[in-house]
Write a protein that binds this ligand. Sequence first.
Ligand code: IPM
Ligand code: MN
Length: 356
Amino acid sequence: MMNKKIAVLPGDGIGPEVMTQALRVLNVIENEFGIKFEKQTCLIGGVAYDETGHPFPEETKKICDEVAAVLFGSIGGPKWADLPSELTPEQGALLPLRKRYGLFANLRPVIVYDGLENASSLKPEFLKGLSILVVRELTGGIYFAEPKSIDGNTAVDTMTYSQSEIERIAHCAFQIAMKRNKKVVSIDKANVLMCSKLWRDIVGKIANEYPEVECSHLYVDNAAMQLVRDPKQFDVILCSNMFGDILSDEAAQLTGSLGMLPSASINGETNFGLYEPAGGSAPDIAGKGIANPLAQILSLALMLRYSFNLEEAAVVIETAVKKTIADGLRTADIMSDGCRQLTTQQMGDEVLKRLN
Ligand code: IPM
Ligand code: MN
């Protein structure tokens, strides 16, 4: 029987508030589809540090080792930013989680839902109907390579990429592109960085195995500009870890808000995945009940699709979100004229009503 255990890691800031809404959605889906997940809620991030002295406690590791997928909220905040780096929520929990489970493929779908083209700071005609997928390498590059240190006035970060690390993420991007509009733009800085020279070379070779997919290469600075100049030229954007981090935040703004961007971090071999909103813990609005829960709810849909192969259930959730937006219902971050502004909980209610 398929492993139906999931770990629920709400974390810090708005994490717990938006997670509550995603779990309500999951509950309805379980009933509707006659499936049952065994859920275990664990501590992660700043709250875990406060309670146990470590942002990624042993108990949480043990539980995550047993499950098929992790539904993750968000972590971090000013309260924990000045801890020694190995104890911060980012360096002590999130990055080790990604590494421990080999979650090398990070998928960030950037979708402008009908009605939300007015929520962005860009002109609506550039955004209507936009759908881009950022495929970000997540367990290598400058985030992880050694040496990494700070010594008095001098700090060092090292970037390395191996052929196999580039090959596997490139295959992932091309395979997904085959199911989309068959266009991959690979991002690098091959005019300056050795890692990028290797990246461009290997991606070019892998591209030959996918003759139906059009592959091109852009320097990251140009890509950042092209993303706001004419975003519809993109289908799949393939990036290394750091470039993907930066470009996916930029792309999120095309959707109107970071609160709309779900993400899936997958181990391409085992289908183990960690599903989290890309937007972070938003400590400034935490506890106010106004955060946008849609990225968390959409991350749940990605979990059902990629870790459990429940495509139909994923589509039910995504369609409910689409309808909610189309009906003019908004949280504060995506509010515009003529729409109705809702709290986090009310947004959850409205999505629930449309889950059929
Ligand atoms: C993200 C976040 C993380 C990253 C941080 C919190 C370490 O910004 O998932 O995009 O840089 O990967
Ligand atoms: Mn980021």
